[in-house]
Design a protein around this ligand. Structure first.
Ligand code: GLC
Length: 628
């Protein structure tokens, strides 16, 4: 390999030339497999999957609809289909379903009706959906528009060709971001997005105002780290689905993206590229031992970084941000794929770990004590399959399975194709535990007795197998479905969706279910929970028309050198030794081969403590370059 593909600069910075264009914008690129999927919805990922055989594909295509099924009526749901007039025009379905072509489940119409009832207006414009429309229980904050809860609603509207509410929401929330936020006397970072907001009506003056909560009123007073990430992900979904780039290009939106990035890319005392968080800063918004570097946030962080890269303009303000994003993505993907990944081999390695190893040669880098491995994980881990564990911190590995983080890892391509397949294998082999009778467990397993007391602080809402502590959340169905389609295994999602639709309407669209198998409507679950409704609709629409996946999934970034190889080839050994002599410390074992033919050895983020020094070795000449 001639070094001509590398730019050497006097300060030692070398960069493959192609990388300069790596951060291509959503406005420029459209050559990914996913974009093609948008055009040709029925050719999805047939080669990749294992359990999704030809039979299952043909079964599925029977229920596939043309690209868009529009549910525009806000009248009573049973009339939703009566009103359709049987006309099919390219890209739009406005007609009565023909038998054998598209047969919507009877509850689909009811779901649309309920979703429309949840719409919140501000000065005559729809700006979001309320968390739950349940008059029977105390409101608390369920009468608010939550940023994270609105995501499945927004996707449902986008998939149904109704982008306006999504656009209004994105603009309203970016405006809220620029307000000053304080908890007692402490000022929060500029980029913090609200967890939720509420429209207040003043009947006397006949005015409306918006009141937002950034964590200062939330139970536990934790700022939502996930809100900003979901906002960026939704902005990209809107842009991808509508083709309207003008929204993302607006100065206030560009500024909003940069502010979120500035918050999460700021330098501190961290030795890891993952994002340090307080307990309760995401979907699990109560004390549940989900602090440190929880998988949910890391996966959303990764996805938001990738979306921001597509959305940011290459101008003087954007460029610096883009450079930082690219570097962080490299380090983050390496860290997550290597240290958060657990399969039977990795489990066995940890089981045999030595402890108290000092220096860069340590195998057990985080000094995890094998005795801290919980008993359940040995039974839970299938021979084939794997997942990203809940957290990796010094001397702490949280081995729990978290659904959202693993699904987002697949959607964002944080998971390699092999890891995505392995996650699917795990779901299939642990169906009873993770899906049971109602999809899907938010985490597994639940904490009980002493552990519950210590970790949750005796939280009566989060007792074992309830709510956040091993409860089953129908909203997760859309994430599972999207992940299954991306991994080429839609049959798994179809099975889960059938389970959900046998009960959801009958039970009044609960927020969550309780019990090991999810058989019971949750102890304190709200009814008419909007994201349970929207999540079901999104899952249905994606199964009917997999091309919708494009708005919420990202193809593997070719620039991210995803192909991990364990190599013992002669050339590797030779060059490894050469490089080791030169630098003294290199990751042994993992080699990443990129498309330019370089080998990169270990992103030793901790060795230098600055940026991401990477050693690049030209295989032909043996020359070693540094990127710093
Ligand atoms: C609960 C959930 C949270 C959700 C909120 C509104 O607090 O834990 O994720 O956003 O309800 O539905």
């Amino acid at each position: 390999m001639a070094p001509s593909t590398v730019d050497g600069t006097p300060n030692g910075l070398v960069k493959p030339k192609e990388e300069e264009g790596s951060a291509s914008s959503i406005f420029e690129i459209d050559d990914s497999d996913l974009s093609r999927l948008l055009e040709k919805p029925r050719t999805l990922n047939l080669e990749r999957k294992r359990s999704f055989d030809e039979k299952s594909f043909s079964e599925m295509s029977l229920t596939m609809s043309p690209r868009n099924n529009f549910y525009k009526t806000s009248e009573h749901s049973s009339r939703a289909f009566d009103n359709l007039d049987g006309v099919y025009s390219p890209g739009r379905w406005t007609g009565t379903p023909k038998s054998g072509y598209f047969e919507p489940h009877p509850i689909v119409g009811e779901a649309w009706e309920a979703l429309r009832q949840s719409i919140v207006n501000f000065r005559g414009q729809p700006v979001g959906t309320i968390a739950a429309l349940d008059n029977s229980s105390e409101e608390l904050n369920y009468d608010q528009v939550f940023v994270r809860d609105f995501v499945p609603s927004a996707l449902a509207f986008l998939m149904n060709g109704e982008p306006d509410i999504v656009k209004n929401f994105l603009l309203k929330t970016v405006f809220l971001q620029s307000r000053e936020k304080k908890v007692d006397n402490f000022k929060l970072g500029e980029g913090v997005m609200p967890a939720s907001f509420k429209v207040l009506h003043n009947p006397v003056r006949n005015t409306e105002t918006i009141l937002a909560d950034y964590g200062e009123s939330a139970i536990g007073r934790v700022a939502p780290v996930d809100s900003g990430f979901w906002w960026i992900i939704l902005l990209r979904a809107y842009t991808k689905s509508t083709g309207d780039t003008t929204l993302a290009e607006r100065p206030e939106i560009q500024r909003g993206i940069r502010l979120i990035m500035t918050l999460c890319l700021s330098e501190g005392f961290d030795t890891f590229p993952t994002l340090l968080c307080a307990d309760g800063c995401c979907m699990i918004d109560r004390r549940m031992g989900v602090y440190g570097y929880p998988i949910e946030i890391q996966a959303l962080f990764f996805m938001a970084l990738r979306c921001a890269l597509l959305l940011l303009k290459r101008d003087s303000e954007g460029n610096d941000c883009i450079d930082r994003i690219v570097k962080r993505l490299h380090a983050l993907s390496f860290h997550m794929r290597s240290y958060f990944w657990l399969d039977i081999k990795q489990l066995n390695d940890i089981y045999r770990y030595k402890t108290e190893e000092y220096s860069h040669t340590a195998v057990n880098k985080f000094n995890v004590i094998p005795d801290s491995l919980p008993d359940w994980v040995f039974d839970f881990m299938p021979t084939r399959g794997g997942y990203f564990i809940g957290d990796v911190s010094p001397a702490k590995m949280d081995f729990r399975w978290f659904c959202l983080g693993n699904c987002v890892a697949i959607l964002s391509s944080l998971a390699t194709p092999e890891q995505s397949s392995a996650i699917m294998d795990l779901i299939e082999s642990r169906w009873q535990e993770l899906v049971g009778e109602m999809p899907l467990k938010i985490c597994y397993p639940a904490m009980e007795s002493h552990e519950w007391r210590i970790v949750t602080g005796c939280d009566p809402k989060n007792t074992g197998w309830s709510y956040h502590n091993g409860g089953s959340w129908p909203v997760l169905l859309w994430l599972l479905t999207a992940a299954c389609i991306k991994a080429g295994r839609p049959q798994i999602a179809k099975r889960a969706t059938e389970l959900a639709e046998s009960r959801l309407l009958m039970d009044g669209w609960p927020e969550y279910y309780d019990g090991k198998l999810g058989r019971f409507v949750g102890k304190q679950a709200r009814k008419n929970q909007t994201w349970s409704i929207a999540g079901y609709l999104v899952a249905k629409m994606m199964l009917e028309d997999p091309s919708h996946l494009g708005m919420i999934a990202l193809e593997e970034d070719k620039q991210m050198k995803p192909q991990m190889k364990r190599s013992a080839s002669l050339s590797f050994e030779t060059i490894y030794r050469f490089a080791e002599d030169e630098f003294g410390f290199l990751e042994f074992g993992d080699v990443i081969e990129d498309e330019f033919g370089f080998l990169e050895f270990g992103f030793e983020t901790m060795s230098f403590g600055v940026e991401i020094p990477v050693r690049i070795i030209d295989l032909m000449s043996g020359d070693v370059f540094m990127v710093s």
